[in-house]
Design a protein around this ligand. Structure first.
Ligand code: SF4
Ligand code: SF4
Length: 167
């Protein structure tokens, strides 16, 4: 079986992100909410840099370089999520509670989910992996038509679920 990677099938894996330094350490995950920037294409784009008042996201040199994240500076505020035109930014709280992680993700479709909804949690390949519970919906006008949805999922999926599908 061919090992999956971004070059092979265009779907990011945790290993791809690790190879670019875009996955926090286990210790940082355990400290609380943290940003995951799933952006490995060399494209001329940088709104994520200006979005973060903590300066946790940087793009050194050329604007086409891949963003780098200072995970110790990031406080998981999620402000940057809706500012990314590539829908590539997520905030993960691995220890939302004893059994669940929370994931904040960008969502451009309508209708929006509502707090309390049960939805399907999808992996980076669009495959359904679990049920997810909507615990927060941020849908302000200033967010440029992109809502930020926070869901909870079983803890083991904290680094797997990246999209949702309404049921
Ligand atoms: S989650 Fe907040 S602190 Fe972290 S990179 Fe995004 S804007 Fe900065
Ligand atoms: S705003 Fe999004 S797509 Fe653009 S460089 Fe930052 S993470 Fe990548």
């Amino acid at each position: 079986m061919t090992k999956r990677n971004y070059e092979h099938d265009g779907v990011l894996s945790e290993a791809d992100l690790k190879s670019h330094g875009l996955i926090p350490s286990k210790e940082r995950f355990n400290k609380g909410p943290v940003v995951i920037v799933e952006c490995v294409e060399k494209i001329p784009c940088n709104p994520c840099v200006d979005a973060c008042s903590k300066k946790a996201i940087t793009i050194e040199g050329s604007i086409t370089n891949i963003p780098q994240v200072n995970f110790n500076t990031c406080n998981g505020c999620a402000i940057c999520i809706a500012r990314c035109p590539g829908l590539a930014i997520f905030v993960v709280n691995k220890n939302y509670n004893q059994k669940q992680a929370s994931i904040s993700l960008p969502y451009e479709f309508t209708p929006r989910p509502k707090i309390g909804d049960i939805v399907n949690g999808l992996d980076r390949n669009g495959k359904i992996v679990c049920k997810a519970y909507v615990i927060k919906v941020l849908d302000a006008k200033g967010l440029d038509r992109c809502a930020v949805i926070t869901i909870t999922v079983p803890k083991k999926y904290y680094n797997i679920v990246r999209f949702i599908k309404l049921i």
